[in-house]
Design a binder for this molecule. Structure first.
Ligand code: SAM
Ligand code: SF4
Ligand code: SF4
Length: 353
């Protein structure tokens, strides 16, 4: 791998709309041990060839380059990140980079109980567990696997080993789990986790998406305030996707309203797939291949200037563009199933949520 002195920027590189490059989501595998209907509804998938997956050394090398361009937050994701062998050692390597202030991970929780201690010891800062239901039968129907008990064990292990700031992410869907928002908030209180409701998105392989299944931010707030009483917004300056709210008893929760109220104007996130493709938006159909140039031993300066020039010309605002279609042609299907089969990078499980 090319080595030379790092170029240190005082300011993060900015895109065409002035949005800084700050947050990098690193997918460490495209494989998953669940088959959530909203993410992986198909029976068969085309996987990224194993020899194309970035090694930990390559991930750390790229993350270092990104951090020199402004990235100070890294989120490990997938597929299911805990399927990647020895993930804790990657965390240990990443946390040596002092420019990175926050290393988080999003997981479905199934394998979390057995790895939580190692991840904590290695220096992982925060964990988000995806949890859409508290009911075993519903979990089985939604994910096509019978592992909710393991997810609960995983969630309970988070606080026990010493993590703070647990988040529980729930994709809120009409007809699936819209009757569980209150039980989920109550469960969050018990395990010391802040629940965040994500609006169902028509991204990647979400081929069963339809507007009538989206449980919107507005509907969520109406439902919760009927039960809890007045809900007030938490005022904070943040580029985080979740808008946070406070219940009368002080409990906070978040809503990520990507579908009805997209927040592209402040988006500082980009995504690196497990095989080194860099995508500037969840909805981007093309990305920059960073694996080939690092394996071809291109110089560090070349790679830095590639990253910089690509971000400087970024104009992506995928969720807003999808929303605008509602006023013209209608949203339709985002990506045709044949195209998804030809290019697995377009799938949500390949580029991380
Ligand atoms: N497997 C891990 C997990 O489920 O936490 C990490 C990867 S998963 C792709 C990351 C997040 O994307 C999860 O919280 C998941 O609920 C969310 N997600 C996947 N498909 C989605 C969709 N169509 N709409 C909204 N969120 C989605
Ligand atoms: Fe579900 Fe995450 Fe796996 Fe997608 S990647 S199927 S959201 S567990
Ligand atoms: Fe960022 Fe794209 Fe999501 Fe908009 S749709 S918030 S630009 S990742």
């Amino acid at each position: 791998m090319p080595m030379s002195e790092p170029q240190v920027l005082s300011e993060p590189v900015k895109d065409l709309w002035g949005r800084p490059l700050r947050s990098l989501r690193v997918s460490v595998t495209d494989r998953c041990n669940l088959r959530c209907q909203y993410c992986m509804p198909e029976e068969e998938y085309v996987w990224l060839p194993r020899e194309t997956l970035l090694t930990f050394k390559e991930i750390v090398f790229l993350t270092d380059l990104f951090s020199e361009q402004g990235v100070d937050r890294v989120r490990i994701t997938g597929g299911e990140p805990l399927l990647r062998k020895d993930l804790a050692s990657l965390i240990g390597m990443l946390q040596k980079n002092t420019r990175i202030q926050d290393i988080a991970m999003t997981t479905n929780g199934v394998l979390l109980a057995e790895h939580a201690q190692n991840l904590f010891d290695a220096g992982l800062h925060r964990i988000t567990v995806s949890l859409d239901t508290l009911k075993a039968e519903r979990f089985k129907a939604l994910t096509r696997r019978d592992t909710l008990a393991q997810v609960f064990e995983g969630i309970e292990s988070v606080g026990r080993v010493g993590f703070h700031g647990l988040k529980l992410d729930t994709v809120a869907m009409k007809g699936y789990n819209d009757d569980e928002l209150i039980p989920l908030i109550e469960y969050g209180k018990r395990v010391n986790g802040e629940v965040r409701f994500i609006e169902y998105m028509d991204v990647g392989g979400a081929n069963d998406w339809s507007a009538d299944k989206v449980f919107s931010r507005k509907e969520i707030l109406v439902m919760l305030s009927r039960y809890y009483g007045a809900i007030e917004p938490v005022h904070e300056i943040s580029s985080a996707p979740a808008q946070r709210f406070r219940l009368p008893d002080g409990t906070t929760f978040g809503i990520i309203p990507s579908t009805t109220t997209p927040f592209c104007s402040t988006c500082d996130r980009s995504r690196l797939t497990a095989d080194g493709m860099w995508y500037l938006c969840l909805y981007a159909k093309t990305g920059l291949d960073l694996r080939k140039p690092i394996r071809a031993r291109r110089s560090r300066e070349d790679l830095v200037s590639m990253i910089q020039s690509v971000w400087e010309t970024r104009r992506d605002r995928g969720a807003e563009e999808r929303k605008e279609l509602e006023f013209s042609t209608g949203r339709g299907r985002f990506i045709d199933i044949d195209r998804l089969r030809q290019d697995p990078h377009l799938e949500m499980h390949a580029r991380g949520g």
